[in-house]
Every structure is written in C-alpha cells, then in structure tokens.
Design a protein around this ligand. Structure first.
Ligand code: T46
Length: 131
C-alpha cells in the first residue's frame, strides 16, 4: 500500500456535522498552505505530477473524485467520497486526480508554500528520481 486513507472524527449534533483538521495532530505536518479545486470538467484529470519535498493531504469536502497515487513501482486508486476522509500524498509520490463528480470540491492541505521548482511534471523524470 502506498498511502493510507484517514478517517476523521465527525463532531455532529442536530445542527449538522463538523470536522476538525489540525496540523501535527490529525494532519501529519504543519499546514502552510490550503487550496481547493472545483468546477472540474468531465474526463479532465488534474494533478499528474509529484513533488520533491512537499507533502499534501487531500480531502473532498463536497462530491467525490478518485486519486491515483504511484510510487514508481505500484499504483493505487482511492475513492474520496466523504468529507470526513482524507488521503495523505507524501513527497515523491506521483498523484493524479480524476473522475470528479460535477459538484466536487477537492481541498488540499500542504506543508509548504507554492514553489514551482518543487514540482516534477514529467513522468519519466519522476521515474529517474525515485529509482
Ligand atoms: C494537486 C492538485 C489537486 C499557484 O499559483 N499556487 C498554488 O498553490 C497551486 C497549487 C497552483 N498555482 C498555480 C500554478 C498553475 O499556474 O495554479 C495553476 C494551476 O496549477 P496546477 O496546474 O498545478 O493545477 P492542478 O490542478 O493540476 O494541480 C493542483 C496542485 O498543483 C497539485 O499539487 O495536488 O491541484
């Protein structure tokens, strides 16, 4: 297994549900950046890259999507379809996000600021780095 899905505790009452994400508690790093993608198009994957150093935690807060993680040897596809589950994407793991529902909002927590030089966007280059 490349990475594990994590299930968060849901704090709910008769007003609705609440999920808490805290750096170095249920998220395994200091959270420096949060971004989210939505309005995705059918048959149009996102991601398809890896990071040299950045670690990410992916949570679908609305709708659903699939995420394929690849360590250069094995690939595993995860179905993110509940707002109380998340997926850790470590550094040097190739990640592709696909099969978005129309209403999907994918939130990503990252342990560092955006630095384009931290991206590996070419798959052959990724394989050279990890092997
Ligand atoms: C990931 C998936 C789910 C920024 O300026 N700052 C940022 O923090 C990010 C993430 C992106 N950008 C710029 C860079 C590009 O000009 O936004 C544009 C789109 O970025 P990108 O092509 O990397 O988008 P996705 O959807 O393919 O990938 C992004 C993240 O890069 C990636 O880490 O996991 O969302």
């Amino acid at each position: 297994m490349i990475s594990k899905i994590k299930e968060f505790k849901v704090l709910g009452d008769n007003r609705g549900q609440l999920v808490v994400l805290e750096g170095n508690k249920n998220i395994p790093f200091d959270i420096k950046r949060v971004f989210y993608i939505y309005g995705t198009q059918p048959n149009t994957p996102r991601g398809s890259h890896s990071h040299y150093k950045t670690k990410q935690f992916l949570v679908v807060v609305n709708g659903s999507c699939k995420v394929t993680l690849d360590n250069g040897e094995n690939k595993e596809t995860f179905n993110l379809n509940k707002p109380n589950i998340g997926l850790f994407q470590d550094s040097l793991i190739w990640g592709s996000m696909h099969d978005f529902s129309e209403d999907c909002v994918l939130m990503v927590l990252a342990d560092d600021f955006y630095v384009e030089d931290d991206y590996i966007r070419d798959y052959n280059n990724f394989l050279e780095v990890v092997n």
